[in-house]
Structure formats: structure tokens, C-alpha cells
Design a protein around this ligand. Structure first.
Ligand SMILES: [Zn+2]
Length: 113
């Protein structure tokens, strides 16, 4: 079980990471605006712009997913189940939660990436 002060610390981390993710999403949104077809930028740089756009779209999608997970976990941060692996029911080590507060499983049960 998490100690009360550990839970408080994690809640702060979650809040901070949510704010960071929101900021990142705002920034990425600027980069995924439609690429201008203005001939003056030239064919190569337009291709660059399109490439960058898809990289940024990918990053935007990932950040949005992460934000959702963080918000979900924020919603349960005061419940008993927070910090408990949803697969095996063992406590998730504090160090793992500190590093990845949105984690809902212990290292053993984590899906391989
Ligand atoms: Zn587990």
C-alpha cells in the first residue's frame, strides 16, 4: 500500500504531468495545421513540411492518449485501487509510479512495448 505522503506526492506529479501534456498538445496543434500549397515554398520544403506534419500528428495522438490516462488515474488517485496492479493485485512499486504515474500494472504485468 502507498503511504499517505507517497500518494500526495504522486497526485502532485500527476497534476504536473497533466499540465505539461496540455501545453504540449497546444504546441503540437500549431504544427499540424494544413501544409500550405503555396508554390513559393518549393516542392522539397513542402515535402519536408508534410513529413514533419505526420511526425507531429503522431506525437499529438500519443500525448492525447497519455493525457487521457493521466486524467483517468487522477480520478482514482484517492481510491484504494490506486497503486495496485490491475492484473495481479500486487502493489506497484512507488518508484515505478513516480516515473510513470499513469501505470496501472506492475512491471511484471506491463504489456511489452
Ligand atoms: Zn501485476
Amino acid at each position: 500500500m502507498l503511504k499517505p505522503e507517497e500518494r500526495e506526492k504522486l497526485k502532485q506529479i500527476i497534476q504536473l504531468q497533466i499540465e505539461e501534456a496540455e501545453k504540449e498538445i497546444e504546441e503540437l496543434k500549431e504544427f499540424v495545421k494544413p501544409v500550405s500549397l503555396d508554390a513559393s515554398i518549393g516542392r522539397i520544403s513542402r515535402m519536408d513540411a508534410i513529413n514533419n506534419k505526420s511526425i507531429n500528428e503522431d506525437a499529438l495522438m500519443k500525448t492525447k492518449k497519455r493525457l487521457q490516462k493521466l486524467e483517468n488515474v487522477q480520478g482514482i488517485a484517492d481510491s484504494k485501487g490506486f497503486g495496485i496492479c490491475i492484473k495481479c493485485g500486487e502493489p506497484i512499486p512507488f518508484g515505478r509510479l513516480e516515473f510513470m504515474p499513469e501505470a496501472r500494472t506492475c512491471v511484471k504485468c506491463a504489456p511489452r512495448r
